[in-house]
Unconditional design. Structure first.
Length: 264
């Protein structure tokens, strides 16, 4: 599935370049301020809430809200930052970043399968504060080049790993914001134990985000106590019967609070 999505993404990038040349995008850019990592670093615990309507594995996940409406719920209930899927396989597009930017004031990650520097410029032009770089689909040279370009644009890179070998490569590349994805790319099953297994091999001072498979405040608290800085959660939020309350639960690691979450 991953290989199929990457192949489709390459075709999409070729088309995007024809429609909007890179020079046109660059002429409209403003440099970012690394707001994404700053928002995570300044808090003891950070929930990155993902505005996710669909997935290729499970189909439609959320029918009752638009992406901006999801963003507003998350922003109103404790999320430190947002993740917005822009890949067509997840029913996303770059315009979703623009729409969310007009609805809420939180730093935003462009959740995309980045394989070309063009995508970095397009993400920044849309208003993204950070991009996802997936070690599994990038060579060391590509990872280094894309990281440097993103930094020159004032964007953070959340560098995602699934295995110890990928983490070793990312450590050598000097990544400061690392996402440990708990999803097995062969079976697509999730288990947060993967974060606990890889955590001892992370570089000191690196901001570690656990991704996928976090179901409740108890999971969040275990990760926090182990030294994880935050979590990225999509499906667990958008499929929750009470989304505002679930957002609060994960944002506060299940801590007791007065009242319930507030809807947008």
């Amino acid at each position: 599935m991953l290989n199929k999505i990457v192949a489709q993404t390459k075709q999409a990038v070729v088309l995007m370049k024809r429609i909007t040349p890179l020079e046109m995008i660059i002429s409209k850019l403003t440099t970012g301020s690394f707001a994404f990592s700053a928002a995570i670093a300044e808090q003891d615990w950070a929930l990155i809430a993902e505005c996710k309507l669909s997935s290729p594995a499970k189909g439609t996940l959320c029918k009752d809200y638009t992406v901006p409406e999801l963003a507003a719920i998350f922003a109103n209930n404790g999320a430190a930052a947002l993740s917005v899927h822009t890949n067509a396989a997840f029913c996303g597009c770059l315009d979703d970043i623009l729409r969310v930017k007009s609805a809420v004031n939180l730093p935003m990650l462009c959740k995309e399968f980045i394989i070309d520097e063009y995508q970095l410029y397009a993400a920044r032009a849309a208003g993204a504060d950070a991009v996802l770089l997936i070690a599994a689909i990038l060579s060391d040279a590509e990872l280094s080049n894309l990281s440097h370009i993103a930094a020159s644009l004032g964007m953070d890179c959340l560098v995602e790993v699934h295995t110890l070998s990928e983490l070793t490569r990312v450590n050598q590349a000097g990544a400061k914001l690392v996402g440990i994805n708990n999803r097995d790319l062969q079976t697509f099953t999730t288990n947060i134990e993967q974060t606990f297994r890889l955590l001892p091999y992370c570089e000191p001072g690196c901001l570690i985000i656990s991704e996928s498979g976090i179901k409740n405040g108890g999971d969040a608290l275990k990760l926090k106590n182990a030294g994880v800085k935050g979590i990225l959660v999509g499906e667990g939020l958008v499929t929750a019967p009470d989304m505002p309350t679930k957002t609060c639960e994960l944002a506060l690691c299940g801590s007791q609070q007065e009242g319930r979450g507030q809807d947008a």
